[in-house]
Design a protein around this ligand. Structure first.
Ligand code: NAD
Length: 468
């Protein structure tokens, strides 16, 4: 296409977008929600082709920056955060707001790409990252909106389009998040249909989406079921599965700081993030001191065996699987169910127990933190390896012993390993790293970036373009 013609089309597109494109989902917004899988994929395919071929890198950067600006509007962030809290009944409003900000501000965009060039006696080789095309993104109920924002930016940054499949327990907030994305993209002049969502999150629709011939990549974020389904679909898939992150505190740690970091990490959004501290192994000689500092800084210890048993019956089913209706509540909520009233400053229910307790071995996704005393660092490491169950997801340590830190980091082989900070430092809160809400543990892409959703293509020119 000639440059002039392309410019003209861009101007027309932007003028139409500013006038407001009316779609089936309401005035001023292009259509973003589809009952039919075929219709959603068709709309996305058309838009993605245009996005890939008609939009320059500079245009993509401008549009993604505009999207960030719109999504960061205070009222939008608060609205979707409240909606997610009300609909799912899980998490904390302040942390939900923080998660959305994080996803919008710290997810890398189109500027993240670089070209690899190899020149030699035989000429020049270029390797560039190219979009897959239409991506099916399946989001969890625990981070529904943050996943939509994070995945949208990552995926469109690389030239892809996205069809979201919301979790059945988080349809309203997910649809609203996609609507806000779509509205902003339309305003910036992006092609209509680039980011869409299914409105009916049935298993039948999910299967139809995952096996749709036009879908080129699946990004599945959730428990083992969805990751297995994605990997069995016959398509390339990014599997971001469950974890059960242990945290170790050894005798060399700054104990007071470790206590606060563990409480903050474990209680972040009521423990919903997959990276959040789920069980604590502490070296015996500092266990009492650690507990004292934890109790001073937001933990409540549940001591009586009868109450611990009642808590277990409340949050776990008889087969020790998690009672989903109890996921992501606040510490005062669980305690109140046991007849104990505490203030909102209590963020974590601490239960001292043994390694074999289901609170240690199950991924609770609740601010209920089992504490297990161990004789020394070696015992802590062995117990951490067992409790992590080989998910290779996340783990943490508080220590000033470099050998301990290195040994644990090496032995755990987790995708994320955090030292001397709350686990959320690993997704950019008070840390320098980019944010990811799809942490591809199972398939190995790690904390995802725009690069994770693209494929490498090589172009070889023989005999020329070597300049030295
Ligand atoms: P979930 O597995 O219940 O749901 C995730 C999505 O998968 C939903 O859209 C659901 O409809 C779909 N799904 C569930 N079972 C399926 C199946 N058998 N076939 C096809 N689709 C299926 O997850 P959840 O409870 O909402 O989220 C919590 C889980 O997700 C935890 O285990 C947590 O560790 C994990 N998680 C992982 C990451 C990560 O980046 N690795 C991020 C967030 C959450």
């Amino acid at each position: 296409m000639e440059d002039k013609e392309r410019l003209m089309q861009e101007v027309i597109r932007q003028v139409l977008a500013r006038l407001g494109t009316e779609g089936a989902n309401g005035a001023g917004t292009s259509q973003f929600g589809f009952d039919s899988v075929d219709a959603a994929v068709a709309a996305c395919e058309k838009a993605q082709k245009s996005w890939q071929w008609d939009f320059s890198l500079a245009q993509r950067i401008r549009i993604v920056n505009g999207l960030r600006e719109d999504l960061l509007q205070e009222d939008c962030i608060e609205e979707v955060s409240r909606l997610a809290l009300e609909e799912t009944g899980m998490g904390r409003l302040d942390d939900k707001i923080l998660k959305k900000r994080l996803a919008v501000e710290k997810t890398p965009g189109p500027e993240y790409f670089t070209t690899r060039a190899i020149s030699g006696d035989h000429g020049l080789v270029l390797e560039e990252l190219s979009p897959f095309g239409v991506i099916a993104s399946i989001a969890p109920s625990t981070n529904p909106v943050a996943s939509v924002y994070n995945n949208t930016i990552c995926m469109i940054a690389g030239g892809n389009g996205v069809v979201f499949a919301p979790h059945p327990g988080a349809v309203k907030c997910s649809l609203r998040a996609v609507e806000l994305v779509t509205r902003s993209l339309a305003k910036q002049g992006a092609p209509e249909g680039l980011v869409v969502t299914l409105t009916q999150p049935s298993m039948e629709n999910l299967k139809a989406l995952m096996t749709h011939r036009t879908v080129r990549l699946i990004a599945a974020t959730g428990g083992p079921g969805v990751v297995k389904a994605a990997l069995s679909s016959g398509k390339p898939a990014i599997g971001a599965g469950p974890g059960n992150p242990p945290v170790v505190v050894d005798e060399t740690a700054d104990i007071r700081k470790a206590a606060l970091d563990v409480i903050l990490g474990c209680s972040f959004d009521n423990n919903l993030p997959c990276i959040a501290e789920k069980e604590l192994f502490v070296v015996n000689c500092v266990a009492d001191e650690l507990k004292k500092h934890m109790l001073d800084q937001g933990a409540f210890e549940l001591k009586e065996p009868d109450l611990v048993k009642r808590l277990q019956e409340l949050v776990l089913n008889p087969d020790h699987s998690v009672n989903r209706s109890m996921v992501g509540k606040s510490a005062p909520y669980y305690l109140e169910k046991l007849g104990i009233k505490v203030g909102a400053n209590v963020r974590v229910v601490l239960v001292e127990t043994t390694e074999d307790h289901p609170f240690v071995q199950e991924e609770l996704l609740m601010p209920i933190l089992p504490l297990v005393r161990v004789a020394d660092f070696d015992e802590a490491l062995c117990a951490s390896l067992r409790a992590e169950h080989g998910f290779r997801h996340s783990a943490a340590i508080h220590s000033t012993n470099i050998t301990h830190m290195s040994r644990m980091a090496r032995a755990m082989e987790t995708t994320i390993f955090t030292k001397n900070a709350p686990s959320f430092a690993s997704i950019g809160v008070g840390g320098d790293c980019p944010t990811a809400f799809t942490i591809a543990t199972t398939t190995g892409q790690g904390p995802t970036t725009p690069l994770s959703f693209c494929r490498t293509r090589r172009c070889v020119l023989a005999g020329a373009f070597r300049i030295i």
